[in-house]
Every structure is written in C-alpha cells, then in structure tokens.
Design a binder for this molecule. Structure first.
Ligand SMILES: [Zn+2]
Length: 451
C-alpha cells in the first residue's frame, strides 16, 4: 500500500514534508517521491504523525473489569491515535509481580486488544521478602520497567519504604530496567489526610491533603536513592512544577506529566469535582505553566494519560474522599497535546514527536520497532485533519469511563484515522475496524544507555 498526498512528520524535522510512504507486511519499506503501487491510500489534506504511545494506563484486566478492560481501553486508545499502550501492573488481580502472574495477565488479555501493548512489572511492599530478586529477574525479559510506590491507595499493591526502593533500584540496575515511582511522601499525605478528613469532605479538603511539598519531598528522597545506586528512575505523573524542576540536572532520572496537570488547577477541581479527581491531585495555579516549560525544554520526557476510568456512580459519591480517583484519558492524550501544545503554543514539531511517541519508545526499549516514521519500523500512523475542530463529549468515549474533565472543551485537529502495522484500526466515520486480538504483545529490546 502507498500513502499519497500527505504531509508527514519525520523525526527531528520542524516542518511537515510532502512524501509518499510505502507499506509492506505492516512495515514502512520506503519513504520518497512518486512511489508507485496498486493499492493507494489518499491522504490529501492530512498531517501524518507516528502512532502515539501512551506509556501509562490502567486497563484493570483481570480483576477490576467493571471499571475498564483491555478491549474498551484499547479501543479508546485507538480513537485517540494511540497505537501502543503500556499497562500498569498494580490495578489487575493478580498484580504483575512475578512470572506466573505475568503469564496469567497475558493469557487473559492477548485476544482482547486492538492496539499493541506492553506491560510494566511491579515491586510492591508484599513481595519485598526473600523472593523479590528472583521475581524481578524472571520478569525482566518481558516487561518494560518496574513500577513502585512511595504511597499506594491499594491494599493489593503496597508501597515501598526508601530502603526498600534502594534495594529495588540496585536490582533493576543489574537487570538494565528502569524503575518507575509514584512520588508523593507518605508521611505528609497520611498526616494531612487525617487532619483534612476531620475538617470535611469537600474538594478543598482533598486538595489540601496532597500538597505540592509531598511531591517535592518524595522526589528529593528519590534523587538521593538514585545517586546512591546509579540506577535509572522514572517519576510518573509529575504535577508539581517545583518537583519537575528538580529533575533538570539528574541524568539518571526522567519524568512524565499528564494532560490533566497541564490543563487544570485546584480552582478547576472545585468546579468539576469528581470528574477531575486524580492522585496526585492537580496543583495550584502556575504549576501548569512550569510543566509546559519543562516539556518544551526536555526536563520532562513525555506525557502519558494515567488512564484509570470508573462509572458515573463511582465518580459522584457526594464525598471528595470516596469518589474514584482517576480519569479515562487515553483517548484525549494526543488530541489535547496536538491542540493545546503543537497548535496553540506552537510547540516545535520535533519536540512534539518526542513527547507523544519517540521518547517513550526509547525509554522502554522498543524504539527499534516504533516511535517514529522511519524505514523498517511498524507502519503506525495517525491521520489528523488540521482544519477541523471538535468538541469533547464523554458519552462518545469508547472507554468504559465516560466522565472526563475535558467535557465540552473544543480541540483543534481531528483524528481521521489510526493505522497500526498497516491496517486501519480506527476511522472517525466508521469506528473500530479490527477484531479484538489484532493488538500484539510487545517485548522490550533494551539498550538502557540510549535514554
Ligand atoms: Zn497510574
């Protein structure tokens, strides 16, 4: 198949280029002028991007599929231009903390995905007994990193103390895998949660229980642990500008943020309530600007959705403490960054490609297959009509979750098609085009030095 008449976003270029793309057996085999072939896909008027990567989702299968499952989650991803997701180990039962649990999860989800997927393994407080080294070593070949928590809301996946994190970092360094950390200080959050719960159940109470200092404290501790061990650490969902800035001079620590931290602050939380409840919570005014700046300068490496959906009843309980924490974000990740970053803020195109695709593929060991439009890579693309605007409506989401803080926002640029390994998986007129199971499991091929 030949894609014709498009404008392509090639790596390290700040302008689109007008070239054809030839696809054979799911791979890009040539990029050039006037390519000839029997099957033509006309992309007149479209901008073509590499398939987006969402390297932080909770699709909950097996275990919590009342909230989300692999089929609905990956359909939502495809509708938002995401062709590869990486699923977290903590929100499935059993959690992916050993090889047997990994196999259970892969067997359960492998015939359900419509986009490609990888897994993170995890190290919880529960598995820090005698076997954690063996478990980590056995998992390493199949997973893209090890997720850990300084504070966890899940009894099935408990947090690590700083000394336990040091042990995990030492082991991960030997295995050449990054460690991912939910960085909020438990001393601060647990203390303030008790105080604020006694004061009320409003959004201001919840907001005050997880202050910016909790992230700053945790990141400082994490920096000390990384300096002591020399391991690679990645801080997930950074919301505090001050915490993000701490990463600027740390060559072994990377960070990600999420659209909700770029778009919203505590005033929005009071207005939107449960629709915007996440942990970490959105921060005060001013933080978003610093996060945008950190994304521009490369202090933060990419954005991820932290997709974690739940039904309307669980998002509107009447108590800020009881509402489910998490939003269905994988379908709005790329559209938000395209509209607000590339278009409104005139983000350099080359940097936009890094934060939506390249950097995650490099960090997690599959840049040989994905992450850019280059010969020999998977033919994963997003066709964007740059001249169309559209309004976000949660009820149209393909996720099981329909409650979104982006409700009614107008985005520039409409995704017309999402293509994975040469097949149309999503079309804006006709929806999902492939059967569950088209999505493949991706194993990492690590060269951790190429961060
Ligand atoms: Zn998460």
């Amino acid at each position: 198949m030949i894609i014709k008449n498009s404008k392509i976003a090639l790596p390290d270029r700040n302008e689109f280029v007008s070239l054809d793309i030839e696809i054979d057996q799911g791979k890009i085999v040539s990029i050039g002028e006037n390519l000839q072939g029997s099957e033509i896909l006309d992309a007149s008027g479209m901008q073509i991007f590499p398939g987006a990567i969402d390297p932080h989702v909770h699709f909950n299968e097996p275990g919590f599929t009342d909230k989300e499952d692999f089929y609905h989650g990956t359909c939502a991803a495809a509708s938002g231009g995401v062709t590869t997701i990486i699923d977290m180990p903590c929100t499935s039962v059993p959690p992916v903390t050993n090889l047997e649990n990994f196999r259970t999860k892969l067997d359960t989800v492998k015939n359900k995905a419509v986009v490609d997927f990888g897994f993170f393994g995890g190290v919880s407080g529960q598995v820090m007994g005698a076997d954690y080294q063996k478990n980590m070593a056995e998992l390493a070949a199949y997973i893209m990193g090890f997720k850990t928590y300084f504070i966890s809301g899940m009894d099935s996946f408990r947090s690590l103390s700083p000394d336990q994190l040091m042990k995990v970092l030492s082991e991960a360094r030997k295995l050449q895998r990054p460690v991912l950390l939910h960085a909020e200080d438990p001393g601060i959050v647990n203390g303030l949660t008790k105080t604020q719960k006694a004061l009320g159940k409003d959004w201001l109470n919840f907001f005050r229980s997880r202050p910016e200092e909790a992230e700053v404290f945790a990141v400082i501790k994490a920096i000390a642990a990384v300096r002591a061990t020399g391991a690679q650490l990645h801080i997930v969902h950074v919301g505090s500008g001050e915490a993000a800035k701490l990463l600027a001079n740390e060559s072994n620590i990377s960070g990600e943020t999420a659209p909700h931290y770029l778009a919203f602050n505590n005033k929005d939380l009071e207005r939107l309530g449960g629709a915007l409840k996440t942990t970490p919570v959105v921060k005060s005014e001013g933080n978003s600007e610093i996060l945008w700046e950190c994304l521009t300068k490369g202090v933060l490496d990419f954005a991820a959705s932290d997709h974690a959906s739940a039904g309307a009843d669980q998002k509107n309980t009447g108590s800020a403490w009881d509402d489910y924490s998490g939003i269905p974000g994988t379908g709005t990740l790329f559209p938000y960054l395209y509209s607000e970053g590339l278009r409104k803020r005139q983000f350099p195109l080359s940097r936009f490609l890094k934060i939506t695709s390249e950097n995650a593929a490099q960090k997690y060991g599959f840049f040989d297959r994905k992450g850019s439009i280059e010969i020999n890579k998977d033919a994963d693309f997003i066709f964007v009509n740059p001249n169309e605007e559209w309004q976000v409506k949660g009820k149209t989401f393909l996720s099981k979750g329909k409650i979104t803080p982006f409700e009614n926002m107008i985005f520039q640029g409409k995704i017309e098609k999402t293509i994975l390994r040469g097949e149309i998986v999503f079309d804006s007129n006709s929806g999902i085009h492939v059967k569950p199971g088209y999505g493949q499991f991706i194993k990492p091929h690590f060269d951790i030095s190429a961060r």
